[in-house]
Write a protein that binds this ligand. Sequence first.
Ligand SMILES: NC(=O)c1ccc[n+]([C@@H]2O[C@H](COP(=O)([O-])OP(=O)(O)OC[C@H]3O[C@@H](n4cnc5c(N)ncnc54)[C@H](O)[C@@H]3O)[C@@H](O)[C@H]2O)c1
Length: 367
Amino acid sequence: MLDSERKAPLTKEDRLLRVGVLGAGLIAQAAHLQACKKARNVELYALCDAAADLLEKVAAVSEPRKTFASYEALLDDRQVEAIIIAVADQFHVSMAIQALEAGKHVLVEKPMGVDVAECERLEETARTRPHLHVQIGTMRRFDPGIAFAHDFIRNEMGELLAVKAWYCDSIFRYQETDNLHPWILTSSQAKRPQGDPKADKFSYYLLGHGSHLVDTARFLGGEIFAVRAEYRERAGARSWFVSVEFANGAFGHLDLTLPVRMEWHEGFQVYGANGSVLAKGFNPWYFKACEVECFSMRDNQYHRLLGADGYTFRRQIEGFADVILKGVPVVGAQIQDGLAAVRALSAISHSVKTGNRVVLAEAPGNI
Ligand SMILES: NC(=O)c1ccc[n+]([C@@H]2O[C@H](COP(=O)([O-])OP(=O)(O)OC[C@H]3O[C@@H](n4cnc5c(N)ncnc54)[C@H](O)[C@@H]3O)[C@@H](O)[C@H]2O)c1
């Protein structure tokens, strides 16, 4: 790139984590490549995709130092310290295990995997390599509004009574994301899972969208012990209403509905002994932090976070690199969180199918 093309230089730290991105598809183009370029502590070192035409075009824009058509060759490069796994859900676990076996840190897109058994395999592999950091890409934890609510709940709110959280994708979503995303390059050579995982919308939406909702609920309310879920499909929309029992004795309600005939509708309400939280989120592609109001009995006032940096994907990779390079505490979802989220999704799915309350530890594992 010509230096003169940039108006202001990015400030980069002296020590940069050398990251290789696996997958040059939608999420890499819309999020991870830009996030790596802009992150203060990361170098976009390598990009890998099996589709040679896509790799060439995407690399021409994102300018990694190296490109690879084969994942094995990417992992063989000793300069690569960490891998972002940005490929289809069905490939997450096997690619993450390969990366760990090659001695690389891993940021794997959400959901961690497509069933509990394979997530447990990844957990086992990671357990034998505690020096490697594994993080799951449920990036809402890096929304400063959600982090503010999380800290308020932990530090001020006292005993938790109830958590309500909703994630309702808008009927205007594709119009909005088409407007917000860069032009996404595609290839007929792209490597995809066998069959068509998107054909089964029940599990595809639960995995794709439910993983965010469940992770946010756990981040705020703690471990989920059991669920009872109901599901309706009507007028081209799908809705999961889930009663939740948290391990700490609080209870809650999750609403996953898509698409709702209105704007993107995401948020949460939390009630506790010494305060309450009310939050409204936005379509994440606006990179606009959640609006959060925390009422505290300490001073009888509402506390808000304004004008916060909502570029969750950049903050996510910066947080990931900080853990590895500086040993700072982990903010992102860890393996146990990714596994617990998939367990919760399995329990929700099983509860819908049986009509029963399902304890997560007893969920069958598939979704
Ligand atoms: N965090 C979020 O909010 C968010 C949003 C959208 C998508 N995602 C996740 O991102 C992941 C990727 O989604 P996408 O839409 O970008 O997929 P995609 O199919 O558009 O892109 C994946 C790319 O990976 C390449 N690939 C697959 N296996 C490969 C291999 N073994 N070696 C080399 N290249 C390989 C394919 O050729 C393809 O180009 C999914 O898990 C999805 O759930 C997350």
